[in-house]
Write a protein that binds this ligand. Structure first.
Ligand SMILES: NC(=O)C1=CN([C@@H]2O[C@H](COP(=O)(O)OP(=O)(O)OC[C@H]3O[C@@H](n4cnc5c(N)ncnc54)[C@H](O)[C@@H]3O)[C@@H](O)[C@H]2O)C=CC1
Ligand SMILES: O=C(O)C(=O)Cc1ccc(O)cc1
Length: 366
């Protein structure tokens, strides 16, 4: 029997989920968006099977409804859903970056016999819109679910089954824990990134050339400031209490930094950076984005032109996709060590075997 899944909001996340979920041949994905051009584009790109232009009508037929809209719109849609005619066993979920307010609203739905299980895939990017959607976006990323207390286990497992083709690492957390943790690793860093960009912008009058110098570090630290402002407006408003607490801690941390600088004691300043380096180097994250597991392979290649395309060509020949590639300079430039990131241990293993069998290069895992 076909399972009908209605996705509301066909942007980066809704589109990516639609692509992943439709790998299950028993599923039909129907897409709705307030922007009708987006719905048509999603159909044209093969992101959805069927287009929906009347949300209330389409909701009637759905077995699952996924809200992949900015979080304030999700709360509004949950309000509206209370008066929709829905299938008896329908399961509602969302993809929002905040969970506390949404799960409060879920209680009102539950009072009307409607199951809502909060969801948040911890992968994404600063891009938005259906054109940026990718079926593999959530592979190996944590996918948090926030069921209400005493939620029927069968409901949670049905949702987990539907989400399975996305290949995320599903875990269950409480909504308030979710909002605290994401404030620390995602929402607060976003505020800092935006504030650094504002600080650069204010330099413009006196030192207009400064922005030309904004390379490597500044770009790495501020990439997320290029994200969708509407989405972040909603997230920061909903999670503002946690953010204010983080801001207090940050201000006290900056006071510490200020006094370290004023004292100018080299050992203390070095220790400050050493501690940060140690903690940062131990993180299970990479440049791919928040809480995204990747698997690095080091390839000991000589430093001559064409060597990178030789290795990437070999991987392409074996249909092994890579998520990142960088050169680490070692041994006074004698060797360029190529570091390639993969989405799974299996991909990394296949890559290692192919490179070792078909080239003279050694590979190792750090
Ligand atoms: N962008 C990211 O990296 C991540 C975002 N999220 C969350 O997923 C949700 C969606 O984010 P994105 O896909 O990035 O945003 P997006 O901006 O790419 O897409 C949102 C889509 O929702 C549509 N929309 C807005 N209001 C609507 C409404 N009332 N009814 C129907 N459609 C509506 C918009 O037209 C747009 O097509 C947000 O709640 C966000 O917090 C979660 C994980 C990562
Ligand atoms: O682009 C990045 O690095 C991100 O951190 C993407 C992201 C944005 C919002 C989320 O709720 C989860 C992940």
């Amino acid at each position: 029997m076909t399972t009908h899944i209605l996705i509301v909001g066909l942007g980066l996340i809704g589109g990516s989920l639609a692509l992943a979920i439709q790998k299950n041949p028993e599923v039909k994905v129907i897409g709705f968006d307030t922007d009708s051009h987006t719905v048509r584009k999603a159909k044209k790109l093969g992101v959805i099977h069927d287009m929906a232009f009347n949300l209330k009508e389409s909701a009637k037929m759905a077995d699952f409804i996924i809200f992949a809209t900015p979080v304030n719109a999700t709360v509004q849609l949950m309000n509206e859903a209370q008066s929709w005619q829905l299938k008896k066993n329908v399961i509602l979920t969302d993809t929002g970056s905040t969970k506390k307010i949404i799960m409060e609203k879920a209680k009102s739905l539950k009072a009307r016999g409607i199951t809502f299980i909060g969801g948040h895939p911890m992968a994404g990017s600063h891009k938005s819109g259906v054109e940026a959607a990718k079926a593999h976006l959530f592979e190996n990323a944590y996918y948090m679910l926030t069921p209400l207390e005493h939620e029927d286990e069968h409901h949670i497992q049905s949702l987990e089954m539907i989400l399975q083709p996305a290949k995320g690492k599903i875990l269950r957390v409480l909504a308030h824990e979710h909002d605290h943790m994401t404030a620390v690793v995602s929402h607060f860093p976003h505020l800092i990134a935006a504030s650094l960009v504002h600080q650069l912008s204010s330099e413009n009058e006196e030192y207009p050339f400064t922005r030309q110098l904004a390379a490597g570090g500044f770009r790495d630290t501020t990439r997320i400031a290029s994200s969708n402002p509407v989405m972040w407006r909603d997230i920061t408003i909903q999670n503002r209490m946690e953010l204010v607490k983080q801001l207090d801690k940050w201000q006290s941390e900056m006071d510490t930094v200020k006094s370290l600088l004023m004292q100018a004691e080299p050992a203390n300043i070095e220790h400050y950076f050493s501690r940060a380096k140690y903690v940062r180097d131990e993180l299970p994250i990479t440049s791919q984005g928040a809480m995204y597991s990747v698997y690095d392979l080091h390839v000991d290649v000589p430093d001559y032109p064409g060597v990178i395309s030789e290795v990437t060509g070999l991987l392409a020949k074996h249909l092994i996709s890579i998520t990142n590639l960088r050169i680490v300079e070692t041994r006074e430039d004698v060797f360029g060590i190529l570091v390639i990131s993969f989405q799974s241990i299996d991909d990394r293993q296949r890559a290692s075997s192919s490179i070792e069998q078909e080239t003279d290069y050694e590979t190792y895992i750090s």
